[in-house]
Design a protein. Structure first.
Length: 242
């Protein structure tokens, strides 16, 4: 089993993927039905994830560039215990399938790629594991009054995934003489004097999350880091005062 995470920043990206990019089975040739069953589980708790929506894609070779193109093969949902039973229509000539798990506030959009041999061999015992998300709040407070203007950059990564590719975030930024926006290399950036901000996001629960602050003041650069483990169903808050 080869597991690949796809980190969609907005829900509409997934909706577009499901409705516009994929082609339904009615437009492709199929070759029989494969009965599959299994369970979608929380990676840490090993408990079933109920009512999880799943889209199955067949990976078809493109005639133009020989790359594999996803074609929709079907959809199903888990029951209240996280279990599923599904009649998969096999696409003619397809040897690899994606199982795409719809993202929500608890789990990221995730794709698992399986080859047809493994699906047929484990048709009655297909298990998929998803990593749970946890809330994270970062509070910034600039107490120093001098200099009038400096620059602060914030970035983080969770379980090795950089925040641009992880989860949506929101910023409540209060202050004077400030500018806020993404910087390609430095992360989220504030420029100005009195910055009092709160950043809300989600990271992987029970995994290491590393936060980095870079302060540019009077022509000098200072770097501050902190490594935490955010707990699920808990208000995880980090404070940075400068």
């Amino acid at each position: 089993m080869r597991k690949t995470l796809l980190f969609n920043i907005k829900l509409f990206i997934f909706i577009a993927l499901a409705s516009g990019v994929l082609t339904g089975c009615d437009n492709v040739n199929t070759e029989g039905i494969l009965e599959i069953k299994g369970k979608v589980l929380d990676e840490d708790k090993k408990t079933g994830i109920p009512r999880k929506n799943v889209i199955v894609q067949g990976l078809v070779s493109s005639k133009n560039n020989n790359k594999l193109v996803p074609i929709e093969a079907g959809q199903f949902s888990t029951d209240s215990s996280g279990s599923f039973r599904y009649s998969l229509r096999k696409i003619k000539g397809v040897k690899h399938y994606n199982f795409c798990f719809v993202g929500d506030s608890d789990y990221l959009f995730t794709t698992n790629e399986l080859n047809l041999f493994d699906i047929e061999r484990n048709a009655n015992f297909l298990f998929f594991f998803l990593s749970r998300l946890a809330d994270l709040t970062v509070q910034l407070n600039r107490k120093s009054k001098t200099p009038v203007c400096d620059t602060l950059c914030l970035s983080w990564e969770s379980d090795g995934v950089y925040f641009w590719f992880l989860c949506p975030y929101s910023v409540n930024n209060f202050g004077t003489n400030k500018s806020f926006g993404p910087a390609s290399d430095m992360g989220l950036t504030w420029i100005g004097g009195n910055v009092n901000s709160t950043v809300n996001t989600k990271v992987f629960a029970d995994r290491r999350t590393k936060l980095s602050w870079e302060l540019y003041r009077n022509g000098k650069r200072q770097v501050f880091t902190d490594t935490i483990t955010c707990k699920r169903d808990f208000a995880n808050i980090v404070y940075f005062t400068y």
